[in-house]
Structures are given as C-alpha cells and as structure tokens.
Design a protein around this ligand. Structure first.
Ligand code: FES
Length: 230
C-alpha cells in the first residue's frame, strides 16, 4: 500500500495537534486515517504509523487490536452493528441480527461478497432507551425490528443511503473514518442532526416537572478528593 506525500502530510497534521514529545497520542486518530484510505488496519498501515510516530510495529498492533473500531480485515462500505446486549436482546436484538444474518448470508464480523456490508454483533451502543438499536457506520437506527433491518440492508445494497433516526446522514465507513481522524464533516446536513430525541430527555423532563435539581457541587469536597487522588 503506497502512502502519498499528501497522506503523510495529513499524518503529520494529526501529530501536530499534540504537545511536543507527546506524539504517540496521535496513534488513535492516525489509525482512523489509515482506515479511511485502506478500509481496515493493514500491515502496511501499522508500519506507517510506527514509522511516523517513532514507536514499534508491535506497539501499534497492540493498540489497533484492542479497539473494535479498528478492523483487521477488509470491511464493507457499510458496517452494520446490531446491539445484542441485555436490554436490546430482551427487546428483540438477537432476532434482528438473525434476520440480517440470514438475508446477507454472513455471520458476525463477515462481509458480503459484493463488499457492501459487514455485519457485526455490538455490545451496548449507549442507546438503550431506543432498544433494540442498530447502527450503520455508527449512525443510529432506533427501535428497529427484523423486517425493517432487512429492508435497510436491501436499500444499502441498492446504493441508497437511508436516513438514520438521529444524527448525521449516512456516509461510507472510509468517510466516517476520516471524520474520526479529526477532519470535520463537510456536508451541511451532517452538522444539523439532533442526537437527543424524546426518550433521552424523558428523565430530565420528569425531574423538571417534579422540581428536582442536581445537588450543588461543593468545591472543597472536590479539592479534597483531587488531593487524595494525587
Ligand atoms: S443494550 Fe443495546 S444500546 Fe444498550
């Protein structure tokens, strides 16, 4: 895999976000940058990060294999993640996953032959109030069901980009990886999405109706805790 001078300049731009001597902190966004070009964390990408930052390939590999957002195999344009953690499972998450597995003909962490979709089980996606949930390239499709999930997958394979329930419009996994590397969303609609829908705000609304507020922060207590911790 050849990395152009332009690509190297982007890697240097990431490193410059961090204080002198702390360049290894650039590894996480740099891995996303590699993924935005290669589609997954290739061996060449690992060597590139090691060379740029001045650490060993083993150190890069240790980090990249720890986080599930870094993919070890070629990954589809659309990463479909189905939450099968406790609450989503109770609400039908496993049935959603099973329906997609049957329709797509792939299992966990596998990609369809056309290279369009990678399917994966996901742990809690921090959206339990919309269970069962699935994401496509980390954008949410809330309160889904097997029929809706299969239709969504069909639409993706037909070249459509269905609108997520919340957040930004869909992009490809490579485009999403570039955003995660720190380059801002350049589509106007991508910044207009609303992340907090009604179920998320229900608790705050109940608290407001009941006149319940958060207890005040005692700065002395915070100070003592900080000192204890140091
Ligand atoms: S259990 Fe599925 S989002 Fe939390």
């Amino acid at each position: 895999m050849a990395y152009t001078e332009e690509f190297r300049a982007q890697a240097r731009e990431i490193m410059e976000r961090y204080p002198e001597g702390k360049q290894r902190s650039a590894l996480l966004p740099m891995l996303h940058l590699v993924q935005s070009q290669d589609g997954y964390i290739t061996q060449d990408g690992i060597a590139f990060c090691a060379e740029m930052i001045g650490i060993t390939k083993a150190q890069v590999a240790a980090v990249s294999t720890f986080y599930t957002m870094y993919k070890r195999e070629p990954t589809g344009d659309y990463l479909v993640s189905v939450c099968t953690n406790t609450l989503c499972d109770v609400m039908g998450g496993q049935k959603v996953f099973d329906a997609l597995r049957e329709y797509l003909g792939v299992d966990h962490d596998e990609t369809t032959g056309d290279g369009k979709i990678t399917l994966e089980h996901a742990e809690c996606l921090a959206a339990c109030d919309y269970a069962p949930v699935m994401t496509v390239n980390y954008e949410f499709f809330d309160k889904t069901n097997p029929d809706e999930a299969v239709q969504l997958a069909k639409n993706l394979r037909n070249g459509e980009r269905p609108t997520p329930t919340r957040g930004a419009p869909l992009c490809t996994l490579k485009e999403m990886s570039r955003q995660l590397a720190g380059w801002a969303e350049d589509r106007e609609a991508g910044l207009a999405g609303n992340a907090a829908a009604d179920p998320t705000l229900a608790g705050a609304r109940l608290a407001a109706d009941a006149g319940i507020t958060a207890p005040p922060v005692d700065p002395e207590v915070s100070l003592v805790k900080k000192e204890d911790a140091s």
